[in-house]
Design a protein around this ligand. Structure first.
Ligand code: THU
Length: 138
C-alpha cells in the first residue's frame, strides 16, 4: 500500500483560494483556483483561463499541473481546488485524467470559500482510468 504523504490541507486550500483571484473567466464568471504540492515542497498554483473559443479554455487544475511539470516537478503530493459554490466542485473529466497520469493516489481536496471541503483520491474520481499500462501488449 502506498501511504499518503503529509500535507498542510489548510495552507493548500488558502493557496488555491488566492490563485482563484487570478482566474480569467469573463464568459462563465465561474472562478476556480488550484494549488498543487510537490515532493520537493513547492506549491504550484493555477486558475482557469477562458477563451472566446470555448474549447481553448484551460481549467485551474491543469494550469497548476502544467506549471509544475514544465518546471521539472512530476511528484505530486496533494492538490486543492477551490470554488465559490455551496457544494465544492470536483475536477472535470479531462483534469481527472491528467491527475491520474502522474499520481493515481493523489489526494484531491475540493473546497469552497466557506471552508467546506471533501477529499478523494484521483483514481476514485476516475474509476477504470485509461493509463499507460492499458497500452501494454503481451
Ligand atoms: N473549471 C475549472 O477550472 N476546473 C474544473 O474542474 C471545472 C471547470 C473551469 C473551466 C471554465 O473556465 C469554468 O470553470 C466553467 O466551466
Amino acid at each position: 500500500m502506498v501511504s499518503e504523504r503529509v500535507y498542510d490541507r489548510e495552507a493548500l486550500i488558502a493557496a488555491a483560494a488566492r490563485a482563484r483571484e487570478s482566474a480569467y473567466a469573463p464568459y462563465s464568471k465561474f472562478k476556480v483556483g488550484a494549488a498543487l504540492l510537490t515532493g520537493g515542497g513547492g506549491v504550484f498554483t493555477g486558475c482557469n483561463v477562458e477563451n472566446a473559443s470555448s474549447g481553448a479554455t484551460i481549467c485551474a487544475e491543469r494550469t497548476a499541473v502544467v506549471k509544475a511539470v514544465s518546471e521539472g516537478e512530476r511528484d505530486f503530493v496533494a492538490l486543492a481546488v477551490v470554488t465559490d459554490v455551496p457544494r465544492p466542485a470536483s475536477p472535470c473529466g479531462i483534469c481527472r485524467q491528467v491527475l491520474v497520469e502522474f499520481n493515481p493516489a493523489l489526494p484531491v481536496i475540493m473546497a469552497n470559500l466557506a471552508g467546506e471541503y471533501r477529499v478523494e483520491r484521483a483514481d476514485t474520481l476516475l474509476p477504470l482510468a485509461f493509463t499507460q499500462e492499458a497500452m501494454d501488449r503481451p
